[in-house]
Design a protein around this ligand. Structure first.
Ligand code: MN3
Length: 386
């Protein structure tokens, strides 16, 4: 029985994790979890799971929950997340938090000698250097949940790291893959939320359309697999059937293929190296699929992908600045405050305005991320008054 601490239970990955645990009650148990403001969801899920500790975003909901579940211990806020990470008894943290708030729990879990199934992108994008250092000092594993990294993780099994020639990350190209840069100026929020292959949260769906998400995945791959940026390639693969691949020095390409269902990589992160039967996972029918398409990822078409390589190579504060600016401009677009093209514009400006600084501790990271936030806020205000 594997004991799971699940952070971000009410998000897309969180819900699917619960789904998997419910299907395999003899293998997994969620001992503690966190949700944001979705208290209704929490009340429902507590009926089904035997959880003894929870973390919620705000204190004000504690009494409501206590009335029905007096025996459950409740903590709150960002500090509450860390309390769960430090004090609960669990075998693996599933970090499905969205945003920079997910960094500290990942970092603390490693430092308290826990394995982490990582779905929170920002942990490695923003804090890759600090996490790399922590992993060297603690005998724990960071297991990817994202479909691309899970594919690479699976394709690396049984091979030697020194035989890797390059990693090839596939990208669907997002909602606007068939639009020119000129056409992008006119797109709406509704268009952007309409992802062709994957059902995901709103924030990440927008990140897919800008390809910021793919840029993040390049940086994550660098830290997860210890491969140089020059040996990580992104290619457009419209069908999202091949989830990513590894090319070896002998010319062999090893890929992982499956239908676009996040429950598969989530489940593998929990079960590896074992594979669990899942009757609900739709099987990939290659005959029906027929043809797979591949195309170069054009950096001029996707400037944020190019920016992520630049920022990843330079390191220091710059990835955090990029992330900070992205969080705010992504949200401003979803709130109808700026145009789609503005998102790219603001992030690129923020990174080029920031001066390189080394990251030595968490305070440095928070400052860099805040710098990106503040820069984006100013730019958004200015654009509103134009
Ligand atoms: Mn992905």
């Amino acid at each position: 029985m594997k004991r799971i601490l699940l952070l971000g239970a009410s998000g897309s990955i969180g819900k699917q994790t619960i789904d998997i645990v419910k299907k395999h009650p003899e293998d997994y148990e969620i001992v503690a979890l966190s949700v944001g403001n979705n208290i209704n969801f929490l009340m429902d899920i507590l009926k089904e799971l035997n959880v003894n500790r929870i973390c919620i975003k705000e204190d004000k909901d504690i009494n409501t929950i206590k009335e029905e579940y007096p025996e459950i211990d409740i903590v709150s806020g960002d500090e509450g997340l860390l309390t769960l990470v430090r004090e609960c008894e669990y075998d693996i943290l599933v970090n499905a938090l969205v945003g920079f708030v997910g960094f500290m729990p990942t970092y603390e879990a490693i430092k308290t000698n826990h394995d982490v199934a990582l779905a929170n992108k920002e942990s490695l994008v923003v804090g890759g250097e600090l996490i790399e250092k922590a992993l060297k000092e603690h005998d724990v594993e960071l297991i990817p949940v994202d479909s691309e990294h899970s594919a690479i993780y699976q394709a690396i099994n049984g091979n030697r790291k020194e035989d890797i020639n390059k990693l090839i990350i596939t990208a669907s190209g997002g909602a606007f893959r068939n639009k020119s840069r000129e056409e992008l100026k006119e797109v709406t929020l509704e268009d952007a939320l309409n992802h062709p292959n994957w059902l995901m949260g709103d924030k990440i769906t927008i990140d897919s359309a800008t390809m910021m998400n793919k840029g993040f995945e390049v940086i994550e791959a660098h830290y997860l697999f210890g491969v140089d940026y020059d040996d990580i390639e992104v290619i457009i693969h419209e069908e999202s059937i091949i989830h990513s691949m590894v090319e070896y020095i002998d010319g062999s390409l090893i890929a992982q293929l499956a239908t676009a269902d996040m429950r598969l990589p989530i489940q593998y992160a929990l079960s590896k190296p074992a594979r669990l039967f899942n009757p609900t996972n739709e099987r990939l029918d290659l005959i029906k699929t027929g043809i797979l398409h591949f195309k170069e990822a054009d950096y001029r078409r996707y400037p944020l992908l190019a920016l992520a390589y630049e920022v990843g190579k330079k390191g220091g504060n710059l990835p955090a600045v990029m992330n900070g600016a992205n969080d705010i401009s992504n949200l401003a677009f979803r709130n109808g405050e700026i145009s789609f093209i503005d998102i790219e514009d603001i992030i690129i400006k923020a990174v080029h305005y920031a001066k390189y600084e080394e990251i030595n501790d968490i305070d440095d990271l928070i400052r860099a991320n805040q710098f990106g936030n503040d820069f984006a806020y100013r730019e958004i205000e200015e654009r509103k008054h134009r």
